[in-house]
Ligand binder design. Structure first.
Ligand code: AMP
Length: 364
């Protein structure tokens, strides 16, 4: 069976690595001539809007999926006329705009921070008495890893913040004073089978995920499962879906969802019976989904911009290193390491060594 993937970055790479044992073959479409998934299949180099290339991809693939959520919707609709594309276009359409996304979540009774759409400095000034300070101004579209975001602490910040977002249509939202950030990942197959992963507790810095730790048996697990369940059903979703949440007391407040495999689920490769990548593939080709049981104490550390000394890293017992074969560049995710151990003491020691190493090489 041949799977087409729009994008050939690290998520596509990890999907392909998970799919090879199942005998799957991969064709990637990505405009970047040097793309890190390319060595695991065939790489069609060209623009995502190139109709001839899209037709070629659709003809040669049984199923198509994507690794990033900013795929233009017309492309999915064009491909879908020839070959099934999962996750469904509806998930992309809603998730690509922070206003439609938050409205959709609220309609499903999933709480978000208070928000308002703003498309001018005057509208921002008018919204602030309702939203209150502190707040965050975010571009409605194309934001990721904290890009296109400005924190607002008082009326004095509004003019410069509006300049920083370059007049783009925005959402202004209340700052959530959260105790923890978590995400829940689930997969749903064509047949409608659903599996959930344990919550991941996520630490961000400068808007970029650094450390993700599996927290099986968290008191908020079933609440999180209910939220993502209603999202999966409302979107008629197929594939792996991630929902990012803020924890405030015993309440979960949604930040956003990602209609794809997610960075906070990379620990599932070694840390779960079946990874989020394998379950995404099983879901879209309609195979039974795999067990999501966590195998011990598990966490994942991202490496941003640079990688610490590899020999030092690999001298940490039970560490698994994933190099994406991407050129080091400031702010770029280029590798991660996962830890999976049976001993909490070793886990805690190894995590502090790992986070120190990551911080010392960090270039963000
Ligand atoms: P986002 O691009 O929306 O995922 O935001 C990136 C990170 O910024 C989140 O993971 C949070 O750490 C922080 N953040 C975003 N929105 C809010 C908010 N409304 N309140 C508090 N922190 C936020």
């Amino acid at each position: 069976m041949v799977i087409g993937i729009l994008g050939a970055g690290q998520l596509a790479r990890m999907l392909a690595l998970a799919g090879k044992p199942l005998g799957l073959q991969f064709i990637f479409l990505d405009p970047t001539p040097i793309a890190c998934a390319a060595e695991l299949g065939e790489h069609l180099i060209g623009d995502y809007t190139d109709k001839a290339l899209l037709t070629d991809l659709a003809k040669r693939c049984d199923i198509i999926t994507y690794e990033f959520e900013n795929v233009p919707l017309e492309i999915i609709e064009f491909l879908n006329q020839q070959t099934p594309v999962y996750p469904p276009a509806k998930a992309l359409e809603i998730g690509q705009d922070r206003i439609t996304e938050k409205t959709f979540l609220n309609d499903l009774a999933i709480e978000t921070a208070p928000f308002q759409a703003v498309s001018s400095l005057t509208e921002l000034e008018t919204a602030m008495p309702t939203i209150g300070y502190p707040a965050i101004l975010k571009t409605r579209r194309l934001g990721y890893d904290g890009k296109g975001q400005v924190v607002l602490n008082s009326n004095d910040d509004l003019t410069s913040a509006w300049q920083a977002v370059k007049n783009a249509p925005c959402v202004v939202e209340g700052f959530v004073a959260f105790q923890r950030e978590v995400s829940i990942i689930a997969s749903r197959s064509v047949a409608g089978e659903i599996v959930y992963y344990p919550l991941s507790e996520n630490q961000h810095e400068k808007g970029i995920l650094r450390l993700a730790t599996a927290i099986p048996n968290d008191a908020l697990q079933s609440q999180a499962e209910q939220l993502i369940h209603s999202l999966l059903i409302a979107l008629d979703y197929v594939g792996t879906l991630a929902l990012e949440l803020f924890v405030v007391g015993d309440k979960l407040i949604a930040n956003e969802f990602a209609p794809r495999v997610h960075n906070s689920g990379h620990w599932t490769i070694e840390g779960s019976e079946t990874s989020q990548f394998e379950n995404h593939l099983r879901a879209i080709i309609d195979l039974p989904l795999g067990d999501t049981k966590t195998l011990g104490y598990v966490a994942m550390q991202n490496f941003i911009g640079n990688i610490p000394d590899i020999k030092t890293l690999l001298s940490i017992p039970q560490l698994h290193l994933h190099l994406y074969n991407k050129a080091p560049r400031k702010g770029r995710k280029i590798a991660h390491a996962s830890l999976r151990t049976d001993s909490l003491m070793h886990f805690n020691d190894a995590i502090s060594t790992l986070t120190e190493l990551a911080a010392s090489s960090d270039d963000s």
